[in-house]
Design a protein. Structure first.
Length: 563
């Protein structure tokens, strides 16, 4: 275990999110069953998350990571509905399969570096010019950590698990559990591949795809919690891009480090508020489909304030917390473009800059859609209770929402938080490098944010209102699901692939069982005059057969998978 500023900061964030969701949970679960089971696994997950953040090496992080995956499964499957059980099954399968990859990466890393401690790995890698021997172990570790973070192409579990889990669990899954994956990705990139050009350039690819794909899925979604879950994929992509940018511009990595850290923090706090908002809607309407929750927020000024603070924060509107971190990350992309001017990486960074801007526009589009659904369309139902939320939850949630503009209006407060946690990412000391002081509220930065907001609203009114809605039999406009179902990676790629592997393995097992009895007796035959040479010598023929059969099976399965 190890304690530093970043770990203390995220221990406080974790505790805060667990506190808020625990205050909200009693009224949300008022008519639910199996509450003792939920609270047991909720607290076990809390302990496992703390264990991940305080880990000083990959072995400790892996142990707590696996505990967290298993205990959080019970939170996803809590409702025991068919959708929840299937989502939990997918969640657990991804956790176990990528966990095996992560474990193999640890073994290879231990064999090649001789240690799994973060600090020692940083010292070893700092003296290496060629880090190619660590690419395979690093990729396997990223598969495990990136899957939990929701990184493409292992993102497919996230919208289903977040949508099916109870709202308090969804807030924790999005706000904290995805950050344990980000923690692991940062531990790999910032300790083993710090300033490795090839590694960090390659990491930009899944990061950019994640941010754009998550934004598109959010725009096409017709379910409140699914939209928020897709938004998490998009924002995690932005954070992963920030991690990659930390290793590219040399001593100019401070904006990327600080932007990454602060966007992690901002995303945790914003998604806490938004998923609890979704929980309030579900408590009162027992629906999350957009066409069925229209007008829920009408006549509810407190609910409007809470939602609006989080929406403006995630959209990066000036004077809200998301604006600060997004400005830093945009500055890091611009510095990277200048740093690699005339070099092959300049054009990919320009594409990343365009993807970053487009992601901000898409965020405006789907948050505008949610705002219109909740507060403008439809009418407040007279059958709804006047007291749609308890006083304790209202106070806690209002305080959480009020933090977001407070942090945005006082950038010095966020700079202090960044100072506290940036050492984990190995940021260069600003005293030894060119001045990195960033003026957040210059006209250039403000105008960029306002242009993004304007374009997002134009796209919403032109495309969403006209092309993504249709009139029903009564003549009213309704939202329609336009995203093709066959593009679901789980059903289109991963489940068929696993099914093929299982069928091939079963085929090989059947062949093995069909071996003639005479061959079996021959393999087990041992002359009485032979001396015992230990267990290896006694079973030499058996071991030879098993080894050869295993090799044949692996080659056969690999060839079938490629087909």
């Amino acid at each position: 275990m190890h304690v530093d500023g970043f770990r203390i900061l995220y221990a406080c964030v974790t505790t805060f999110l667990w506190l808020v969701t625990s205050i909200f949970s009693p009224e949300y679960f008022a008519h639910s069953r199996n509450l003792k089971r939920y609270w047991l696994f909720n607290l076990l997950t809390f302990g496992a998350v703390m264990g991940v953040f305080f880990s000083a090496d990959f072995r400790t992080a892996f142990i707590f990571f696996e505990i967290m995956s298993i205990t959080s499964y019970a939170m996803v499957a809590h409702d025991e509905s068919p959708a929840a059980l299937r989502a939990a099954e997918t969640y657990l399968a991804v956790a176990i399969i990528t966990g095996l990859a992560q474990f193999m990466g640890m073994l290879l890393l231990q064999q090649r570096a001789g240690t799994l401690e973060f600090a020692k790995l940083y010292e070893i890698s700092a003296g290496l010019r060629d880090k190619s021997p660590f690419y395979l172990p690093g990729a396997l570790l990223i598969a495990g950590f990136g899957a939990k973070a929701g990184m493409y192409p292992l993102h497919f579990w996230l919208p289903k698990a977040h949508s099916s889990a109870p709202a308090p669990a969804s807030a924790l899954l999005s706000g904290i559990l995805t950050k344990t994956g980000v923690f692991g990705v940062a531990a790999v990139s910032c300790n083993i591949f710090f300033h490795d050009y090839k590694w960090n350039a390659a990491l930009l690819i899944p990061a950019a795809i994640s941010m754009l794909l998550g934004g598109l899925l959010g725009v096409f979604s017709d379910d409140l919690k699914r939209t928020l879950a897709c938004s998490s994929i998009s924002q995690i992509g932005i954070i992963l891009a920030g991690i990659a940018l930390q290793g590219l511009p040399g001593e100019h990595n401070v904006p990327a480090v600080r932007g990454t850290l602060l966007h992690m923090l901002n995303h945790s706090l914003i998604k806490l508020v938004l998923f609890v908002v979704a929980g309030i809607v579900y408590m009162n309407r027992h629906e999350l489909e957009l066409n069925n929750i229209r007008g829920f927020g009408r006549g509810k000024p407190l609910f409007l304030f809470i939602f609006l603070m989080a929406a403006l924060g995630i959209c990066g509107v000036p004077f809200w917390n998301g604006y600060i971190s997004k400005t830093l990350l945009h500055e890091s992309i611009v510095e990277g473009i200048h740093f690699y001017h005339g070099l092959p990486l300049e054009f990919p960074l320009q594409l990343l800059n365009a993807a970053f801007f487009l992601t901000g526009v898409l965020t405006i589009v789907y948050m505008a859609k949610l705002f219109v659904v909740l507060f403008i369309e439809g009418e407040e139902k007279t059958t709804e209770k006047k007291h749609y939320i308890s006083r304790a939850s209202a106070v806690t949630l209002t305080a959480s929402a009020a933090l977001l503009p407070l942090m945005g209006c006082f950038p010095a407060l966020m700079d202090k938080l960044a100072d506290c946690g940036q050492d984990f990412f190995h940021a260069y000391s600003t005293g030894n490098t060119p001045d990195h002081t960033l003026r957040y509220f210059t006209w250039e930065n403000l105008s960029s944010a306002l242009i993004s907001v304007t374009i997002g609203l134009i796209i919403y009114f032109i495309i969403v209102r006209n092309l993504m809605m249709q009139r029903n039999k009564d003549g009213a406009k309704i939202y329609i699901a336009l995203w093709p179902e066959w593009l679901d990676l789980e059903n289109f790629v991963y489940r068929p692939l696993l099914k093929t592997l299982i069928q091939n393995a079963t085929f090989l097992v059947n062949i093995t069982e069909a071996l003639p009895d005479t061959l079996t007796r021959l393999l087990r035959y041992r002359q009485p005059s032979q001396k015992k040479t230990g267990i290896i010598g006694y079973f030499s023929l058996e071991l030879l057969l098993v080894s050869a059969g295993t090799c044949v099976a692996i080659v056969y399965v690999f060839i079938q998978a490629l087909r």
